[in-house]
Design a binder for this molecule. Structure first.
Ligand code: 1PW
Length: 229
């Protein structure tokens, strides 16, 4: 039922994780980044079972990065900084040095895996921004597919695009979305207040995601890694 679905998801956790993912030196802390995604996965799961394959895929990618993190002992030159997977830039430097990044064919690197998450984050960023600016009656599926076509579809095969298209038809309506984002309202008169609060929180979350997205994009660009297979 609606009461059970999405009860776990707390948008303020997304906000906190992505805000604290950025350091004063504009580094991205991978631990925080992955935590932000953990919470976004709960959000995806609260949207229904049809998009289950989407959250499964994201969980898989999060698992790959965490696995690489666990398995990577710091080399001597990295010793001082400790964990080579502490930040996005240290991961990039480490994997380049270790020859783990293949620019021509698919390889199992944190860089190519996180790039997929990064592109998906763009989708979420555009979608959540559109939800925040939407008005009553707007179709969430339509907003979501506009964002998908802009951010992620260019990287997907025709077959996958069809599957995503089908999944988006089953998205909950706008009222349900705001319930998921803002929590249940007990009293009818609290509804307007809840939506205002929800919009504000959504707006701040989108800003936090955008900042992380932009810094990540710069790092991939600087390393010529935006097209990693
Ligand atoms: C409802 C809100 C939508 C925002 C969701 C953001 C998550 C998007 C994930 C889409 C995944 C679709 C299925 C998997 C596709 C993979 O082939 C693809 N992965 C991604 C994340 O695009 C590419 O990964 P690969 O095959 O190169 O390892």
């Amino acid at each position: 039922s609606r009461l059970c679905r999405g009860r776990d998801f707390q948008i303020h956790r997304v906000l906190t994780a992505f805000n604290s993912a950025v350091t004063g030196e504009r580094e991205i802390l991978l631990e925080r980044y992955l935590e932000g995604w953990d919470e976004l996965v709960k959000f995806l799961e609260s949207l229904g079972t049809v998009i289950g394959f989407i959250s499964q895929e994201v969980k898989g990618k999060l698992g790959v990065v965490r696995e690489l993190r666990r398995g990577a002992p710091a080399t001597e030159e990295e010793e001082e900084g400790g964990d080579p997977y502490r930040t996005l830039r240290s991961m990039m430097a480490h994997e380049l040095r270790a020859g783990l990044v293949d620019f021509r064919r698919q390889s199992l690197s944190g860089c190519r895996t996180l790039l997929r998450l990064h592109r998906a984050l763009h989708w979420l960023q555009l979608f959540l921004r559109a939800v925040g600016r939407s008005s009553a009656g707007d179709s969430m599926g339509a907003l979501c597919s506009v964002a998908y076509n802009q951010a992620l579809a260019p990287y997907h095969s025709w077959l996958l695009r069809q599957a995503v298209g089908v999944a988006l038809v089953a998205l909950p309506d706008r009222a349900e979305f705001f319930r998921i984002v803002c929590g249940e309202e007990e009293e009818e008169e609290e509804k307007g207040e809840r939506e205002r609060e929800g919009r504000q929180l959504l707006e701040r979350t989108v800003l936090a995601i955008t900042r992380v997205y932009n810094i990540t994009q710069e790092a991939y660009q600087a390393n010529g890694m935006l097209d990693l297979p």
